[in-house]
Design a protein around this ligand. Structure first.
Ligand SMILES: Nc1ncnc2c1ncn2[C@@H]1O[C@H](COP(=O)(O)OP(=O)(O)OP(=O)(O)O)[C@@H](O)[C@H]1O
Ligand SMILES: Nc1ncnc2c1ncn2[C@@H]1O[C@H](COP(=O)(O)OP(=O)(O)OP(=O)(O)O)[C@@H](O)[C@H]1O
Ligand SMILES: [Mg+2]
Ligand SMILES: [Mg+2]
Lengths: 229, 229
């Protein structure tokens, strides 16, 4: 479903340029559960942003369900990001003066099929419920702990029932118990058909995936089946 | 050096109130290296904010070097936060349009002793060097990876050579290798006299401390010597 061919991404900062991705070839099949690991600065978020259509590569091709993403119109890209892909950002990016419930409802307001308010509230509450936050729905982000904000970001990414979930460090701010509950929930959704790409720096979390890809300095240096727990 | 007596903190959100800390008694001696663990929402950041004089308790007393913090003037609190305490926030809080170097220099500009620009640049560069970011000093936060932003936050907290470092999840966004380098560096600073309180959810990181305190629902439920690695 996702196919990257020789993807590069160079950032230019004034006179300096950073080679964040140096030639990525990657194929992800529908229904896979892939973990992406690698040291800080190795290019993981850059790769996720390109796959999530939030950024364009400097060179190379990205085929999503067989179509070249470079040919997509702005409208098509927006619809894709809203309906096909779910994104959990490393920095969450929640709307500040908005409650957890409203933050999670937001993606549903952009759907082309008109959902009733009753259905929107119901789905958002369910999403917050599965990440253990049913008692925090009225809190705004600055009234939430770091790990609670992170879980709101996960709920928001799942509420539109996407085909592909792109999660950048979804357990970085969570204790072991809460992390395991979350990854357990993701594994269940994967068995029900959700394709998952998850950046993580924790090996125990990565082992819940079926395949582990390791980046170093903008290149894939390892791509293997994980030792399933 | 730090003494908390029956500290409580209640957040009031509209009609709902959250009992974030329910009676914390805690004594930290000079030179200790303490890890604080506990599930998401258990009160760790709230506790750190009170110890760091960024927030006031609802009731109870906080003695810093024998003096009751409730009696301090605004000026004294500001000076304390700038010179005695170093704080690494769970969400980093870097200035957005400012380079890594400038972000790290900032606390030095507020010092009462006038430092020369030469000395300020030198100290900021050293701080960024010990967290492995000497090649990213000119980048602004949106030109840095998640783990690089986290390390800038650590460098900024250390540049004033504080007596006490309060670090809220300092390795949450770092891969294992970079995390171990960082905690190794903190252990070295601790041996040189720095008192450290570090929130972490990773047991391997917590074991680098000498003492591990565990919070649950706003109370300390465990306080023991760690199994030193
Ligand atoms: N301003 C606020 N208003 C209301 N409730 C708040 C506020 N800030 C925090 N809380 C609540 O207080 C509790 C403790 O929050 P705190 O940030 O201390 O948790 P934490 O242990 O640091 O969690 P995490 O590991 O997720 O970072 C949480 O349940 C949170 O929802
Ligand atoms: N806008 C930008 N301009 C210049 N350089 C950038 C920019 N964004 C990222 N970089 C650099 O590109 C490299 C890759 O960044 P990326 O965010 O993909 O790393 P990462 O693997 O996600 O790291 P982490 O684990 O720390 O989150 C880093 O070295 C970073 O400094
Ligand atoms: Mg990243
Ligand atoms: Mg916290």
């Amino acid at each position: 479903v996702i196919e990257l061919k020789n993807i590069t991404r160079i950032y230019k900062t004034g006179s300096v340029s950073v080679d964040a991705l140096k030639g990525i070839d990657l194929t992800i099949q529908e229904g896979e559960f892939v973990a992406i690991m690698g040291s800080s600065g190795s290019g993981k978020s850059t790769l996720m942003n390109i796959i999530g259509c939030l950024d364009r590569p400097t060179s190379g091709n990205y085929f999503l369900n067989g179509e070249d993403v470079a040919t997509f119109t702005k409208d098509k890209l927006a619809r894709l990001r809203n309906q096909t892909l779910g994104f959990v950002f490393q920095a969450f990016h929640l709307l500040p003066r908005t409650t957890a419930l409203e933050n999670v409802e937001l993606p549903l307001l952009y759907r082309e099929e008109e959902l009733s308010w009753k259905e929107i509230h119901k789905r958002a509450r369910e999403a917050l419920d599965i990440v253990g936050l049913s008692d925090r729905v009225e809190h705004t982000p600055n009234e939430l702990s770091g790990g609670q904000k992170q879980r709101v970001a996960v709920a928001r990414a799942l509420v539109t029932r996407p085909d592909v979930l792109l999660a950048d460090e979804p357990t970085g701010n969570l204790d072991s118990r809460t992390s395991l509950d979350l990854i357990d929930m993701l594994q269940r959704l994967n068995r029900e058909g959700l394709t998952i790409l998850m950046v993580t720096h924790e090996p125990e979390i990565a082992n819940f995936a079926e395949r582990i890809i390791t980046l170093r300095d903008g290149l894939i240096i390892k791509d293997r089946q994980s030792v399933q727990m």
